[in-house]
Design a protein around this ligand. Structure first.
Ligand code: NAD
Length: 335
């Protein structure tokens, strides 16, 4: 089987590439990534000279470059490539529409013309908007995105749906809750707080800190995507989440405690615009239909993550200094 993985140099995409090379050593993986600020080939350094793995630097909005890849044959597309940070989408929404909507459409069009066996769109629970104190997002929950990021993801998802309904393209959409784990870019909550705590810097917490997210260890997400690729029913959406709802302040306190740092480092800052209050996923469909269940409890997953960031301080410091960009440019030159 030949997989085209987009955004495979990012956080979840790189974890997925490493996971699939281990689980399915007989598969061919082509990783296509534009290497934006969030793409880091150092995440994939452990792949030495494997003949079943190729990296191609390309932008998913570039229809010619994408066509070149499809001409060489693709069985399954897994689309991780996206602008993914809500705060950046508030500052500059345009690139979110380009990559997350137009880029998805470019990939769908090539997938249709080249008759791929499956197009899997990796999406987010944020497309459902926000919850009150009770209830969970199911696959039937209407889309009601509140940020430019989630609106652009919802736009991409609707395009995937349309290509299935209009052209009969075999698709799945997965909508996952917040991920955490190794290789997460240090602008996101958990790695940001770990890196600040290690530097004894103030830990900025939005608003009252009581916004709730449903956390999933990245490896559990990769496992769910693997199952959907192989067993997902055509045209279906699968919500993925580990029933791990936590307030942001709980996460920050837990990180400080684990690192033996004072809680006085917590600093409340003005709330994010349009900040969704609560996300919570009902994962019963992926569990009942595909037999998925998370391996990691939040308590174990957060300990693993903190240990990883402690052991890989050079990795996130090279991001903070910008040195990872030099590594990126050396890796793809000549490809
Ligand atoms: P990330 O920002 O870490 O990685 C995104 C990757 O996409 C980067 O390697 C970047 O270089 C690449 N990319 C961006 N624009 C591109 C373009 N135009 N062409 C080609 N490559 C491009 O993101 P992530 O956290 O790994 O998220 C991956 C996917 O999973 C996204 O689609 C996101 O919406 C979804 N998702 C993320 C989470 C989460 O908690 N991180 C939760 C649910 C769903």
């Amino acid at each position: 089987m030949k997989l085209l993985v987009t955004g495979g140099a990012g956080f979840i995409g790189s974890n997925f590439v490493l996971y699939m090379l281990k689980q399915h050593p007989d598969y061919q993986i082509v990783n296509v990534d534009a290497l934006t600020y969030a793409g880091n080939l150092e995440n994939l350094k452990s792949i030495k000279h494997e003949s079943n793995y190729t990296f191609v630097k390309a932008d998913i909005t570039d229809a010619n470059a994408i066509e070149e890849l499809f001409i060489q044959g693709v069985d399954v597309v897994v689309n991780f490539a996206a602008e993914s940070h809500v705060d950046r989408s508030i500052l500059d929404p345009e690139v979110f529409v380009k990559t997350n909507v137009l880029g998805t459409q470019v990939l769908l069009d090539a997938s249709r013309r080249h008759k791929v066996g499956k197009f899997l769109q990796v999406s987010t629970d944020e497309v459902y908007g926000t919850l009150g104190q009770t209830g969970l997002f199911s696959e039937q929950t209407p889309l009601a995105p509140n940020s430019p990021y989630s609106a652009s993801k919802a736009g991409g998802d609707l395009m995937v749906r349309a290509y299935h309904e209009t052209f009969g393209l075999p698709v799945n959409i997965t909508r996952c809750s917040n991920n955490y784990g190794p290789y997460q870019f240090p602008e996101k909550l958990i790695p940001l707080m770990i890196s600040k705590a290690l530097g004894d810097e103030p830990l900025p917490v939005y608003g009252d800190g009581l916004n709730i997210r449903d956390w999933l260890y990245v490896e559990d997400h990769c496992h769910a995507i693997d199952l959907v690729i192989h067993q997902g029913r055509n045209g279906e959406v699968y919500n993925i989440g580990g029933n791990n709802e936590r307030t942001n302040i709980h996460i920050v306190q837990a990180i400080l405690e684990e690192l033996g740092k004072p809680q006085s480092l917590i600093t409340y800052v003005p709330d994010r615009l349009g900040h969704d209050r609560r996300y919570g996923i009902d994962p019963s469909k992926v569990m009942d239909e595909l037999g998925w269940k998370p391996k990691y409890s939040f308590e174990i997953g957060i300990k693993e993550t903190i240990s990883w960031f402690l052991e890989h301080q050079d990795w996130w410091m090279r991001i903070q200094t910008g040195e990872y960009k030099e590594y990126n440019s050396k890796q793809y030159s000549g490809c």
